[in-house]
Design a protein around this ligand. Structure first.
Ligand code: ADP
Length: 498
């Protein structure tokens, strides 16, 4: 389906087929008729214009989703039938992998080969995982006391609003949609304004797979308008959000002020990677570099703070810097590229301003710090050492290829430093010592601890934050239960006295 140009690996002319809101099974203009630009971060040029959803469009989408939930077949289908449709959707995604990968690459500056090999196949597998769980949702039988007994029903929570960010347009879409769909919910999803393209193609494929009209609605638009209309809507039963901590706070507030809809939040991070003296230095430098440079550092769990024990620090630092200098930043369609452009001008400028802060506050710039090329939003892999823990570059989520490196002496000091953050999304520990690994994994207040690995995700592994990184898990059966609610049904065992 994708049009190839040049040497067979330039997908920059991929045809964008869907640019309108997807509501109740149809692609529609927005009520206002307004559109917004989506930009190619390789050049800063406009790819196309997308219908801009606002409150009125969210209202229409919620009506469709409400009707589909209250009267439509989806929540009432035998779960195995829901599963079949989800499996079919997964198949269609696999058949369109290249086109979907190209859309995420031009919209977000993500590496095309990575999207093709990882993001898209992982998404269809996430759908399959939850399709497999759909017919394993069940309650309990409870004995009570005396003459009553009870059973519980696990019912879908209802109409769900998903608000997702731009760094993983595909992964986020399916982390949210798959469990809610398996639970029997109906959905309004707002993709990030920077990356609406693949979400609209996913909606089209959902319809082809047989997802009934109104069950999935995709409304692109901006946060303060379309996003806020979701979080404050009186007829949405739950909002599931991934994005910044600041916006998460606004969403929770809007949910509380409207209908007390349930909220789950996957927010920012400033994850520590702690490397002990007994580590293999080559492997550890690779892990640290990947931890911060993967997806150009636009990852909520990136290893933005790296702590290295003093015995290997010098050698580690030298190897790390050499490898960072050899890291290939370039066009996301070039298979040799390891890092594409930042998603947009805002992020590009934000990252550069943090780099300036780092320099001004007295950290040592070991490598990088500059932009690359004369167009687009490319930034060099950047490493600071001598970082003090109260510096902005050690505390704020930069969301770019900027690492803060620090030396430590003892395990106690490492624990203290790792926890010296308002966030608690993830952490990595590199050591061959099982006692060190166990102590660290129990002492760090974060939702995921990776021992001798990093970025190791699984559909069955719950993912979510501690502290100001949010609450409520994506992935695993925990995510499925987020979209279910328990109803207790009580009945007399013997002849009722009433
Ligand atoms: P980032 O800082 O990574 O861009 P944001 O938290 O700003 O992340 O955005 C993540 C998602 O939240 C996007 O879809 C965005 O449009 C949406 N959003 C932004 N502001 C609001 C808001 N006030 N209410 C609801 N959604 C919002």
């Amino acid at each position: 389906m994708t049009e190839l140009t040049n040497n067979g690996r330039d997908y920059s002319s991929v045809t964008v087929k869907f640019t309108k809101l997807f509501i109740n099974g149809n692609f529609l203009d927005s009520v206002s008729g307004k559109t917004f630009e989506t930009i190619d971060p390789r050049t800063g040029e406009v790819i196309t214009r997308i219908s801009e959803g606002t409150k009125e469009d969210i209202d229409i989408a919620v009506k469709a989703a409400r009707h589909a939930f209250d009267f439509g077949p989806w929540p009432r289908l035998p779960p195995s039938e829901r599963a079949k449709i989800m499996m079919k959707w997964a198949e269609l995604i696999d058949e369109n992998t290249e086109e979907l990968a190209a859309l995420d690459a031009i919209d977000a500056g993500k590496l095309y080969h990575m999207c093709k090999a990882v993001d898209i196949p992982t998404a269809s597998n996430t759908l399959r995982y939850y399709a497999g769980a759909a017919d394993k949702i069940h309650g309990e039988v409870l004995k009570m006391s005396g003459q009553f007994h009870a059973y519980t029903l696990m019912e879908p929570i209802g109409v769900v609003g998903h608000i997702i960010p731009w760094n993983f347009p595909t992964t986020m879409f399916f982390l949210k949609v798959s469990p809610s769909l398996a639970a029997g919910c109906t959905i309004i999803l707002k993709p990030a304004e920077q990356t609406p393209l693949s979400a609209l193609l996913y909606a089209h494929l959902a319809k082809l797979a047989g997802v009934p009209d109104g069950v999935i609605n995709v409304v692109p638009g901006f946060g303060p308008t379309a996003g806020a209309a979701i979080s404050s809507h009186m007829d949405i039963d739950k909002v599931s959000f991934t994005g910044s901590t600041e916006v998460g706070r606004e969403i929770m507030e809007a949910a509380a002020k409207s209908n007390l809809k349930q909220v789950s939040l996957e927010l920012g991070g400033k994850s520590p990677l702690i490397i002990f003296d007994d580590a293999d230095i080559d492997k550890a430098t690779d892990l640290a570099l990947l931890g911060i440079l993967f997806n150009k550092g636009e990852v909520c769990v990136s290893s933005a703070r790296v702590f290295v024990q003093e015995g290997i620090y010098q050698e580690f630092e030298k190897k790390l810097v050499d490898k960072a200098k050899a890291w290939v930043v370039g066009d996301p369609f070039d298979p040799n590229s390891q890092q594409g452009p930042q998603v947009d001008k805002n992020q590009f400028e934000k990252v550069l301003s943090y780099i300036e802060h780092g320099k001004r506050q007295g950290a040592t710039l070991l490598t990088g710090g500059k932009t690359l090329g004369n167009k687009g939003y490319y930034i060099q892999p950047t490493i600071f050492s001598n970082v003090k823990e109260d510096m902005l570059i050690a505390q704020d989520e930069i969301f770019g290829p900027v690492m803060a490196l620090k030396k430590f002496k003892t395990i106690e000091e490492a624990i203290k430093s790792a926890n010296n953050t308002r966030y608690g999304l993830a952490a990595g520990v590199v050591t061959k010592n099982i006692d060190t690994a166990n102590t660290m994994s129990r002492s760090i207040r974060a939702g995921t601890i990776w021992i001798n690995c990093y970025f190791a995700f699984g559909d069955d592994v719950p993912f979510g934050g501690y502290k100001m990184s949010g609450f409520g898990k994506d992935s695993g059966l925990d995510a499925l239960y987020k979209y279910l609610q328990v109803k207790s049904v009580v009945t007399p065992v013997y002849n009722s006295p009433w």
